[in-house]
Design a protein around this ligand. Structure first.
Ligand code: FE2
Ligand code: FE2
Length: 381
């Protein structure tokens, strides 16, 4: 049973009750859902408001998933929960919102209501340090609904003027931080664990192309050397620009650009085989770790170094973008980048020729696939 304090207004049945549940929900997981359902069953609110926080890119720990994905996951995960709504007050503001500001807004909007603020026991201990905590805790219209989090005992001397309700159970016993980390792990069992902690429905937005772009970027940020990560971002941006220019799949091109070198965990190749196989291995990471299923994206990654006769638009774009991305320091990159916007096939020829010239000048082995691609571009005599 939920422990309800003896304060008479802890559960004020005489007023309209509104439950407020805020957080980054980055992403929402089964622990959040369980907690919300429990709080609803105890408070029995007329309405529950789920309030995602803003992205806050300048924040020390900015959200990984943008508000569009976090909101989609919330909506789809809570589809069976009655009488709730997302409040976008914090996400549409330009500046981050403090809880007291959100409460002030709600009090203006619902003047007859008693608000029940759901917080974890970690926040129960921190609430005194929140901005304008004195006003919050002195507000009779605000009841704190506290849920125990592992490692944070619920015993507290906190005495909000609007009362304190302690929920039984431990909520959530998992964290979004852990899930975000496990989603980009090379360990398959950790990744499985991460997915299993999301509602079945919430997995859909994360597995869509927009979600995969976010996970892919987090993966390469975690596993690649800084300069390779920067190169991959640069290739991804150019690939997306070229896809837009040539009416291709912009998001797919960005994803291919992000992941094309995802197996290059060391800046320099260790040997020839390593150099030749990195495109295949990167496509393997894209498929098995990130979950890319689109064969055009996987093929583009596989062909990005040697090319492939007759390769489709996305692969052409990546082949050019990898060579001519803005982070490249050789002068041909700038020229080919401009050329690619005017004539993509001419840019492909120029890239293939530059690669062959380079190998010839260095007296290096030319892979038969690179020759085959060149021959396919210039045609039979
Ligand atoms: Fe590469
Ligand atoms: Fe590359």
């Amino acid at each position: 049973m939920a422990a309800i304090t003896s304060r008479s207004n802890a559960l004020d049945l005489g007023r309209r009750r509104i439950l407020i549940f805020g957080g980054s929900f980055d992403p929402i997981h089964l622990g959040h859902i369980k907690l919300l359902k429990r709080a609803i069953s105890v408070v029995r609110p007329e309405k529950s408001l789920v309030i995602p926080s803003a992205d806050q890119p300048a924040h020390k720990t900015p959200c990984l998933f943008p508000v569009s994905i976090r909101t989609a996951c919330i909506q789809i995960s809570l589809a069976k929960v009655p009488n709730w709504a997302i409040l976008d007050y914090e996400t549409i503001r330009e500046a981050p919102a403090y809880t007291w500001e959100t409460l002030r807004f709600l009090k203006q909007k619902f003047q007859d209501a008693q608000f029940y603020l759901v917080v974890g026991s970690d926040n129960v201990h921190a609430i005194r340090k929140w901005k304008n905590a004195r006003d919050l805790l002195g507000d009779k219209k605000l009841t704190v609904v506290a849920a125990q989090r592992p490692g944070w005992p619920l015993s507290t001397t906190l005495k909000p003027a609007g009362g304190l309700i302690k929920l039984d159970g431990r909520y959530p016993d998992i964290s979004s931080t852990e899930i975000r980390c496990m989603l980009t792990s090379n360990d398959a069992s950790e990744r499985r664990q991460a997915w299993s902690r999301l509602s079945r429905a919430a997995r859909l937005p994360l597995r869509g192309e927009e979600g995969l772009v976010i996970i892919a970027q987090a993966y390469i940020k975690r596993h690649l050397p800084q300069s390779r990560y920067a190169h991959s971002l640069s290739v991804a941006q150019l690939a997306a620009d070229l896809a837009q220019r040539w009416h291709g799949n912009e998001r797919g091109a960005r994803l291919a650009g992000l992941l094309h070198d995802s197996s290059r965990t060391q800046e320099n190749f260790q040997n020839f085989n390593d150099a030749m196989s990195h495109a295949q291995r990167s496509a393997g990471i894209a498929r098995t770790i990130i979950g890319v299923k689109d064969p055009a994206i996987l093929e583009a990654i596989r062909c990005h170094t040697l090319g492939l006769p007759g390769m489709p638009l996305l692969a052409k774009i990546l082949f050019v973008a990898d060579f001519a991305s803005p982070d490249r320091t050789f002068p041909e990159a700038d020229q080919i980048r401009l050329l690619a916007r005017r004539d993509l096939n001419a840019a492909l020829c120029a890239v293939a020729a530059h690669k062959l010239h380079y190998l010839l000048r260095q007296n290096r082995f030319i892979h038969p696939k690179a020759l085959a691609y060149w021959n396919s571009l210039v045609g039979k005599p």
